[in-house]
Structure formats: structure tokens, C-alpha cells
Design a protein around this ligand. Structure first.
Ligand SMILES: [Mg+2]
Length: 319
């Protein structure tokens, strides 16, 4: 994987940071308009103490196990800045000791069109409009929010936490909650327990992480795998949890930990997990995570977006 940087003194500019891999495994991280946000994100992926960042740790372990394999995390910095800004970006990257080798500077044009060419698995940016554009182009994408306080991150294991509905899965069940209420939702999920949910915008990224995890498993390093994934959902296990677990199984995907919160706030559990990044489609979960020090990324997808602007207090549905 990789990271991004941008030049804060350039008001029009930005930094888009795509996480992509050399040729197969690519993920794009972008942070438009705010180099500080991009750096904060990278620092957390990489750990602020910097003995060896989590991403670099994963790559180092992959190189040890597969010396001839180029399937590694790779970050591409994408910016709509002019190419002349590149020198300053390079200086900044060197100053902070970031491992970013690939840049895409588009001179004012949106960089979204290049994401496919860069084999992007995940695009992150501070610019929500660019993220929306990327989601509409079918690319896993999220808007970055930095945490309100610093908490230490694990530098030996990359931890990625996902919400379920409208993130890993489609928003079909979320629509039932929003339009018909919880009772109808419970009934619907039980009736459809054996019918897999459709995939959501970040399913592909979980799949990509799973492919890397399997490389460790096949070398008998399952217990010491440097990548760990988490499902952190407002659903309750008893009433609506079975369908999501069965859906993951039908996709052939594993999640290391599944946390069913039954409507409880996600922030405190995220403090325990200490993920390097947490993805959710609802802004009140993003804000709750942020307040307690988790780097959160908003996925602008599904019916929940209609409710994000007003952010009703009672929207913490217990599913
Ligand atoms: Mg959701």
C-alpha cells in the first residue's frame, strides 16, 4: 500500500493518495486540499512512532516469504496540482520519510479518471466530491477524517475495520430500516437469512486484504498474520447477524473479528481495536469514532446519505 501528500500552501490543490500495488494489488489513497490530513493518515497507518510502519511491516514480511513476488502495498499520491508542485511534494515526502514512489499530478484536472489505470483498490481523499466521483466510477473510496486526539497504533499489524450495511454490503437492508422501521427490518432479515446481501462499495477491498492474508496462511503464519480485519456493525447478533455472516461465507471471505453492537456506540469498541482506519457510511458513527481518537473514513453510498446532513440524534438504530 502507499500514501499521499499535498501542498497546503496551494489552495487549489490537493493531495490524492491512492493505495495501489505494484501491478496487482493496488489501493489509492487521496487526500485533497490538505497535506496535513494526508500525513496524519499515513502516520497512523504507519504509526506515529515510526520504528517500522504497519504497511512497511506487511511488505517486509511479504518480501521475506515471497522474495520474487511483487504483490505488495503501494501508495500513489494523486493530486490535481500542477507538475511544478512535484518538487515540493518530493521534498515533503523525503522530509517525513514516507514511502511514496508514484505520483499522478493532473494540472487542474480531476485525477479520478486515472484511478483505473493505476489499478486502484482503494482511493482515499479529504475531498468528498472526488470520493463521490470515484464511488460512482465503481472504485472503493472514502473521505478521510483525522482523529480528534492521538492514540497509539499497532505497528506490527495493519488493522482495518469495516461497517457492514452500505459499506461491505449494499444498502438494501438499510433501506428497510429507514423506510419501514426496525420491526420490519428484523422480519425482513430473518425471512432472507439465507439470501446473500448484494456487495457494497468496499467489498472488493476486503477481498484484496483477504488475498494478502492468505499468503501468510499458506506459509503457516495465520496466528502471526500482520493484517487483521474487523466487522463493526450496529446490527445485533441474534436478530440480524446471521445474514451478514452467511453472506461473507457465500463470498468465500473471512473477517477476523465480527462485533455486533446492537445499536451501541462504535467509538468505545474502536478504541479497543485501535484500527488504522475505520470505514462507515453514517456520519454520526464517523464523528463518534473521531471523538475517541480513531481515524475514520466516510463512504458516501446508499440511503443513509439522505440522513447524514441532518444527523438526527435518534438515528443510532439498533439493528
Ligand atoms: Mg452502515
Amino acid at each position: 500500500m502507499s500514501s499521499c501528500s499535498s501542498d497546503k500552501s496551494q489552495s487549489s490543490s490537493a493531495c490524492n493518495t491512492p493505495l495501489t500495488t505494484a501491478q496487482q494489488q493496488a489501493a489509492a489513497v487521496g487526500a485533497e486540499q490538505d497535506w496535513a490530513a494526508a500525513k496524519a493518515f499515513y502516520d497512523n497507518l504507519v504509526s506515529t512512532k515510526r520504528p517500522r510502519p504497519a504497511l512497511e511491516q506487511v511488505n517486509a514480511r511479504l518480501r521475506e516469504l515471497y522474495p520474487n513476488d511483487e504483490e505488495l502495498f503501494d501508495i500513489v499520491l494523486m493530486t490535481n496540482n500542477h507538475a511544478q508542485v512535484g518538487v515540493r511534494l518530493i521534498n515533503s515526502i523525503n522530509h517525513y520519510g514516507l514511502s511514496i514512489e508514484r505520483f499522478c499530478m493532473t494540472g487542474g484536472e480531476s485525477p479520478i479518471g486515472y484511478l483505473t489505470a493505476y489499478l486502484t483498490n482503494l482511493y482515499l481523499s479529504a475531498d468528498s466530491e472526488k470520493v463521490q466521483e470515484a464511488i460512482e466510477a465503481g472504485i472503493a473510496s472514502a473521505t478521510m477524517f483525522t482523529a480528534n486526539k492521538d492514540i497509539p497504533y499497532c505497528d506490527k499489524q495493519l488493522r482495518v475495520a469495516f461497517d457492514g450495511d452500505a459499506v461491505l454490503f449494499s444498502d438494501e437492508s438499510e433501506q428497510i430500516v429507514k423506510e419501514h422501521g426496525l420491526d420490519r427490518f428484523f422480519e425482513h432479515e430473518q425471512m432472507n437469512e439465507n439470501k446473500p446481501l448484494a456487495q457494497g462499495p468496499l467489498k472488493g477491498f476486503l477481498e484484496d486484504l483477504g488475498k494478502l492474508q492468505k499468503k501468510f496462511y499458506t506459509k503457516d503464519e495465520r496466528l502471526d498474520c500482520p493484517i487483521r480485519t474487523y466487522l463493526v456493525t450496529a446490527r445485533s447478533a441474534a436478530s440480524s447477524g446471521a445474514r451478514v455472516l452467511k453472506t461473507l461465507r457465500s463470498w468465500g471471505l473471512e473477517i477476523d473479528e465480527a462485533l455486533f453492537l446492537a445499536g451501541a456506540p462504535k467509538g468505545p469498541i474502536l478504541v479497543k481495536i485501535r484500527p488504522h482506519i475505520f470505514f462507515d457510511d453514517q456520519m454520526f458513527h464517523i464523528e463518534g469514532a473521531q471523538q475517541l481518537g480513531t481515524i475514520a473514513a466516510h463512504v458516501p453510498y446508499g440511503i443513509g446519505q439522505k440522513y447524514n446532513k441532518s444527523k438526527p440524534k435518534d438515528d443510532t438504530v439498533k439493528k
